[in-house]
Design a protein around this ligand. Structure first.
Ligand code: HEM
Length: 136
C-alpha cells in the first residue's frame, strides 16, 4: 500500500507542476502581440499538456487504487473527491483555452489568467489538509 501511496504523491506533485506552469504560459501568451512568440508558446503549451495529462490520469488511478483497492475512505475522502472533480474540470478547461489560443480566439486578459492560475493552489491546500488532517 505504501508503494501505491508513494507513487500517488509523486504523480500528484508532477500533475500540479503542469497545472501551475500551463496557465503561466497562458498569461504570457495573452500579453504578447509578437507572432513568433505566440507560435513558440503554442508549441510549449501543447507539449506540456500532452505530457501532464497521462500523469494526471496516473494520479487519479493510484488514488482510486488506495480507495477501492485498500478500502481507505471516510467523509474527508468524499469532500476530497468533490475537489478532485473540480481539478479535472480545470484540467479539461485548459484544453479549451489552449485551442482558443491556437485558433486566435482568445478573449481573456493576462489579468484574468493570473487569477485563473491561482485556482489549483487553493484546491491543493484544501485537498492536502483533508487527506493528511482528515478533519471529518
Ligand atoms: C480519484 C482521485 C483520488 C482519490 C480516490 C484519492 C484517494 C487517496 C487515498 C485513499 C489516500 C490514502 C490516505 C491515507 O492513507 O490516509 C490518498 C493519499 C493522498 N492523496 Fe489522494 N486521491 C485522489 C486524488 C488526489 C489528488 C488530486 C491529490 C492532490 C491534490 C491527492 C493528494 C493526496 C496526498 C498528498 C496523499 C498522502 C496523504 C498521506 O500520506 O497522509 N490525491 N489519496
Amino acid at each position: 500500500m505504501l508503494w501505491v501511496k508513494a507513487f500517488h504523491i509523486i504523480f500528484v506533485v508532477s500533475w500540479f507542476a503542469g497545472l501551475f506552469y500551463l496557465p503561466r504560459l497562458f498569461v504570457n501568451h495573452a500579453m504578447t502581440q509578437d507572432t513568433a512568440v505566440s507560435t513558440q508558446l503554442q508549441v510549449m503549451e501543447r507539449k506540456l499538456y500532452r505530457f501532464v495529462t497521462p500523469i494526471g490520469v496516473l494520479a487519479l488511478a493510484t488514488g482510486l487504487w488506495l480507495w477501492l483497492g485498500y478500502g481507505i475512505a471516510g467523509d474527508w475522502l468524499m469532500a476530497k473527491l468533490f475537489l478532485v472533480v473540480a481539478l479535472i474540470a480545470y484540467h479539461l478547461y485548459c484544453a479549451k483555452l489552449l485551442s482558443d489560443f491556437k485558433q486566435g480566439h482568445n478573449t481573456r486578459s493576462h489579468i484574468w489568467y493570473r487569477w485563473f492560475n491561482e485556482l489549483p493552489v487553493l484546491i491543493l491546500i484544501a485537498v492536502v489538509i483533508l487527506v493528511v488532517v482528515k478533519p471529518f
